[in-house]
Design a protein around this ligand. Structure first.
Ligand SMILES: C[S@@+](CC[C@H](N)C(=O)[O-])C[C@H]1O[C@@H](n2cnc3c(N)ncnc32)[C@H](O)[C@@H]1O
Length: 273
């Protein structure tokens, strides 16, 4: 890149931070440049300076750029083998520890598919062991930086085809038809508290999580940020609590000394008791 380009890129990055309310510092540089290039192509501009000027003229472009930067792709029961492990082993174990009291965090929850999958699985387990009333002891903090995704998560309504990846019995039992769509039923929905939280700057909601899911989020962060976040997760887990990362993510840095590997394939780690 030419030095003039570098100056224009720095000015643009500064503008995005103030205009889109976004801290770019934690993200991989290559990742940011690639996403900005996508938007520049879509807008038909060829230089950072021109894109900068376009942002001044078109506030709506901030929304599009933010969408491009945050990548909100998600699915119910994404990576089924990971959920199968949670369903078969980890959640029953956690539910039995304190008679259903279980605090979970879906960090980078996007439009809610991950935290609702989790809440439905806990409901399924408690229903199966005839203790449905214990579901109120579950809390799931569902956090993300992206306001649009959070709005979708709050609505908890999804097109029917979005449920295709869920085991059929979960889709039938824990979702209800509403105006041609499917909504998470109330007792499952109410366990999930949705809020905006920037993982690069904000503190976790609690320090005693039994389970933290942070999947397909840290891949976009640079290494120092990843290491910092893993330390934060290690500090935010109760003894015996689990951390689950995405299938292509690996625990790095000092947190490796504090969390034990439980399942290398499903990227499950645990704070020793
Ligand atoms: C690819 S989605 C992953 C969603 C879900 N965890 C899954 O695995 O299906 C990544 C999410 O991370 C969120 N994200 C990106 N940067 C973030 C930040 N600094 N703080 C909080 N969330 C962030 C994005 O908005 C997006 O919703």
């Amino acid at each position: 890149m030419k030095p003039a380009d570098d100056v224009a890129f720095t000015a643009l990055a500064r503008k995005i931070c103030s205009g889109a309310g976004f801290t770019l510092g934690a993200y991989k540089d290559k990742c940011i440049r690639r996403r900005i290039a996508v938007r520049m192509r879509a807008c038909g501009v060829h230089t950072y300076a021109d894109y900068h000027a376009l942002l001044d003229r078109t506030p709506l472009e901030y929304d599009r750029l933010r969408d491009a930067l945050t990548i909100n792709v998600t699915r119910f029961y994404r990576n089924p083998e990971t959920w199968d492990l949670l369903r078969r082993e980890l959640l029953p174990q956690l539910c039995e520890r304190r008679r259903g009291e279980l605090h979970a965090w879906s960090a980078g929850c996007s439009s809610g598919e991950e935290p609702y999958t989790l809440s439905a699985l806990v409901a399924e387990y408690l229903d199966r062991v005839n203790r449905p009333e214990q579901l109120h002891r579950l809390t799931v903090d569902a956090t993300d930086i992206d306001r649009v995704s959070l709005e979708r998560a709050r609505a908890a309504r999804y097109p029917s085809q979005a449920l295709a990846g869920l085991p059929a019995e979960l889709a039938i039992t824990y979702f209800e038809p509403v105006d041609g769509e499917r909504r998470v039923i109330e007792r499952v929905r109410r366990r999930v508290a949705i809020r905006r939280l920037d993982l690069s700057t904000d503190a976790p909601v609690r320090q005693d999580y039994d389970l933290i899911l942070c999947r397909n989020v840290v891949i976009y962060f640079d290494r120092p940020m990843q290491e910092r976040l893993f330390q934060i997760f290690a500090c935010s887990l109760a003894p015996g609590g689990f951390l689950v990362l995405g299938k292509v993510e690996t625990l790095l840095g000092p947190a490796r000394e504090r969390l034990a590997m439980v399942d290398p394939r499903e990227r499950v780690y645990r704070r020793p008791t």
